[in-house]
Design a protein around this ligand. Structure first.
Ligand code: S3P
Length: 435
């Protein structure tokens, strides 16, 4: 039985770094990942005046009571969509002037999904380049609260929901976000734990998250948080273990039910999956996951399941490529707007390597086989594609090279070493796939 740990959860870390400076005292955050995306939020919050002090690797002491100042230079969110969208909500709510920008991949991603509802609240935001994308400028607001907002997004998005909650919290305005499929709920959990007036109302066909700061003057309680490991990072090691017939235990990993769709799919495929809850960190459940290899069946991901495994689809796609039978992914068009067009690029790469794969407007149909695969994988600089195809490349009998392997730095800087430890390179040489 191999055991491993993964870097801290990116989604929880972004939110903790944004909320801790708003608290009424000193927070301690441990397990902050060193990957590029989360560091973008560290830099962005520092630019707004946040006081972060390093207390060792991944440990930050954060002074509360942020008095945000408009940063003199544009805030560079690099490749991080979560940084850009959450910061948009924060700047809109705080009413400070500022500019948000990103690298060329982030400049291609849609920002109108947050800008439009923030403008509807009265936030003065302008596109500086192409309409709908970064860079964007916040003109600052002299006085007066934002208008309340009731928003029903076309697609569920935790980044949009979180941006609007941050705008409501810091702008002193009621916000209701109604999703037909619940997106990850880390913001709601952290905000409630810190004492913010957040309510979640779940009905069969929708989830409404409301934040109503009227009459609420209590300060936010500081955080003392150990960020649990990121199940989205663990997904790649779990798939590598299953494809090489190993049992694996991932320790100290986040088990928030809005994120564990991967485990349900693996169970549906016939894998042994056992979770053990060991604690809760600021309302975030965490524990260990044990995965036992088995003869696996193909899977079907229905649209309603997508938000719970959104970032795990590249890992599941390479798993499908080696499982006999046809696996289906539906309702995942949102993947076209991630760090790359993840549906298109996954299909193109699988096809190029010799996997029988059809791309649909919102999904993939993958017929798995044991045929040896060979070719060059184009990652488009997307960390999740580099890791997914990196796992495929490591299987015995493959002759696959992955372009831009350094893309893993975005979320999992030690990924290649962890993969080496789990599936030694020597195993991959000169052997044919066992399935
Ligand atoms: C994230 C939400 C998800 C996910 C992304 C991180 C977040 O995107 O894909 O990697 O931390 O809020 P959506 O905004 O599409 O839910």
């Amino acid at each position: 039985m191999t055991r491993c740990r993964v870097p801290g959860d990116k989604s929880i870390a972004h939110r903790a770094l944004i909320l801790a400076p708003l608290a009424s005292g000193r927070s301690i955050l441990r397990g902050i990942p060193t990957g590029r995306d989360v560091q973008s939020t560290v830099h962005a919050m520092r630019a707004l005046g946040a006081d972060f002090r390093s207390q060792g690797e991944g440990v930050l002491a954060v002074e509360g009571g942020l008095e945000a100042t408009g940063p003199s230079a544009p805030i560079d969110c690099d490749k991080s969509g979560t940084t850009a969208r959450l910061l948009a909500g924060l700047l809109a709510g705080l009413g400070v002037p500022g500019e948000l920008d990103g690298d060329e991949s982030l400049r291609r991603r849609p920002m109108d999904r947050v800008v439009y509802p923030l403008q509807a609240m009265g936030a003065p935001i302008r596109y500086l380049g192409e309409r709908g994308t970064l860079p964007i400028r916040f003109d600052g607001r002299a006085s007066g609260a934002l208008r309340p907002l009731r928003h029903v997004p076309r697609i569920s998005s935790a980044q949009v929901k979180s941006a609007l909650l941050l705008a409501g919290l810091t702008g002193g305005t009621r916000v209701d976000v109604i999703e037909s499929q619940q997106s990850r709920d880390h913001s709601e959990r952290l905000l409630s734990w810190m004492g913010a007036p957040v309510e979640v109302d779940t009905k069969e066909d929708r989830v409404r998250v409301s934040l109503d700061p009227e009459g609420w003057h209590r300060p936010l309680r500081p955080l003392d948080l150990d960020v649990p490991g990121d199940l989205s990072s663990a997904a790649f090691l779990i798939v590598a273990a299953l494809l090489t017939g190993r049992d694996l235990v991932v320790e100290g990993v986040g088990l928030n039910p809005t994120r564990t769709g991967l485990l349900d799919i693996l169970r549906s495929m016939g894998a042994g999956v056992h979770t053990e809850l060991e604690g809760s960190a600021a309302s975030e459940p965490w524990g260990s996951v044990r995965v036992e290899a088995a003869d696996l069946r193909p899977f079907r991901i229905a649209p309603a399941m997508v938000p719970r495994l959104l970032d795990e689809i590249p890992a599941l796609a390479v798993l499908a490529a080696r499982i006999p039978g046809t696996s289906m992914i539906e309702g995942a068009a949102e993947l076209r707007h991630k760090e790359s067009d993840r549906l298109g690029l996954t299909a193109r790469n699988l096809d190029r390597l010799g996997v029988d794969c059809d791309e649909t407007p919102d999904g993939l149909r993958i017929r798995g086989s044991a045929t040896p695969l060979s070719g060059l994988v184009e990652t488009g600089g997307d960390h999740r594609l580099a890791m997914a195809f990196g796992v495929l490349a490591r299987l015995p009998g493959m002759e696959i090279a992955v372009q831009e392997p350094e893309a893993v730095e975005v979320s999992f800087p030690g990924f290649w070493d962890e993969l080496d430890a789990l599936v030694p390179r020597s195993e991959a040489i000169g052997r044919r796939p066992t399935r």
